[in-house]
Design a protein around this ligand. Structure first.
Ligand code: IMP
Ligand code: MG
Length: 337
């Protein structure tokens, strides 16, 4: 069984929290993270805040294997720091073909006028990706330091699927940062949609059981580019919607939930179900709630409106920062996660 988690807006929808919840609650044996170190996924678990840039938030499930697929890019210092901080050496597998970012890529990005104009995170990801396209990026199998981690992760996944195991694929960034489907040129250097994620992993579309699109209860964006309905900082403070980027620390721009974007994200990703995070930012009474009936009536009505407009079941609702702060409706709605 395979579930793909994909961001429905501009990243920072709370995919890390959803991946952590699913890995733990639904016992996924494999957690694969795509993308690269420009994307930070935050997980709050056991009283600790983790900001992950390489490994899947599914690490919270201690029996899950953590895979880095061929289409992902790692940076050795970030990778080793994360492996040690999480204490997961022994269950991390990096594909032979995974790309490796070096300091020169970061330096080249800082000088690039286009990347400055779009508000890049300057983590070297775009330039390393360009080098990969030009067939000159070094890949994981060329680094002796990585020897103990190297594996054929696509085959591992395929064999695990044939044994009936559960695979969680954690996408990074969001639909509208996609190089092809986003707000070009204010986008990142990869296709962030479900198909792009699967291509990075090396798994075909027919193996996918669930495409879970994650929307936050409001829309945020870091860096430049269009954001319909953008609110002033004063208004964000009033609403309690102030957030900072987990990689760059920049203030996130924000706007109310956008049905037009959400509808198109459902289409672009062929989403089968929806997770909504941070519902407590719209309905404070929802904070920390773990069952549907305990949600305030107006929160339930809003979720039902989302379902009827987007025509997909809202299976998970995030009600707080801890990974346990979730209303899980998957069983009630007949969705096997
Ligand atoms: P780059 O991919 O770092 O060059 O950044 C390109 C654009 O995508 C910038 O506007 C970044 O702020 C945005 N971006 C990249 N990664 C993320 C992410 O993980 N979350 C939100 N925005 C991101
Ligand atoms: Mg983030």
């Amino acid at each position: 069984m395979l579930t793909v988690i994909v961001g429905g807006f501009f990243g920072d929808e709370g995919k890390g929290k959803i991946a952590g919840y699913l890995a733990l609650a639904k016992k996924y044996g494999y957690a694969v993270r795509t993308g690269s170190i420009n994307a930070g996924h935050t997980v709050v678990y056991n009283g600790k805040i983790y900001r992950l840039r390489t490994l899947s938030a599914g690490f919270v499930n201690k029996s899950a294997k953590l895979l880095i697929p061929p289409g992902a890019l790692i940076k050795l210092d970030v990778f080793f720091r994360e492996v040690e901080e999480l204490g997961v050496r022994g269950r991390v597998h990096v594909d032979y073909n995974t790309g490796v970012i070096e300091d020169v890529h970061v330096a080249r990005e800082r000088e690039d006028p286009v990347l400055r104009a779009i508000g890049s995170t300057f983590q070297g990801v775009g330039v390393a990706t360009a080098d990969r396209v030009l067939r000159k990026l070094r890949i994981a199998r060329e680094y002796s330091e990585l020897r103990e981690f190297l594996a054929d992760t696509s085959s591992m996944i395929y064999e695990a699927l044939n044994r009936g195991e559960k695979i969680l694929v954690e996408g990074t960034q969001g639909t509208y940062l996609s190089l092809y489907h986003g707000t070009y040129p204010y986008v990142t250097s990869r296709d962030t949609t479900a198909s792009g994620i699967l291509s990075e992993v090396g798994i075909g579309p027919k193996y996918v059981d669930n495409v879970l699109v994650v929307f936050k209860a409001y829309v945020t964006r870091v860096g430049e580019g269009p954001l319909e309905g953008e609110l002033s900082v004063e208004e964000l403070e009033r609403r309690g919607w102030i957030e900072r980027g987990s990689v760059t620390g920049r203030l996130r721009r924000a706007a109310p939930f956008n049905y037009k974007l959400a509808e198109r994200a459902i289409m672009l990703n062929s989403a089968t179900c929806i997770a909504i995070t941070k519902i407590d930012a719209l309905f404070p009474g929802a904070r920390g709630v773990k069952s549907w009936n305990a949600l305030p009536r107006d929160a339930r009505e809003w979720i039902e409106e989302v379902e009827s407009k987007l025509k997909r079941p809202v299976v998970l609702i995030g009600t707080g920062e801890y990974i346990e702060d979730v209303v899980d409706r998957s069983r009630d709605l007949g969705v096997e996660l």
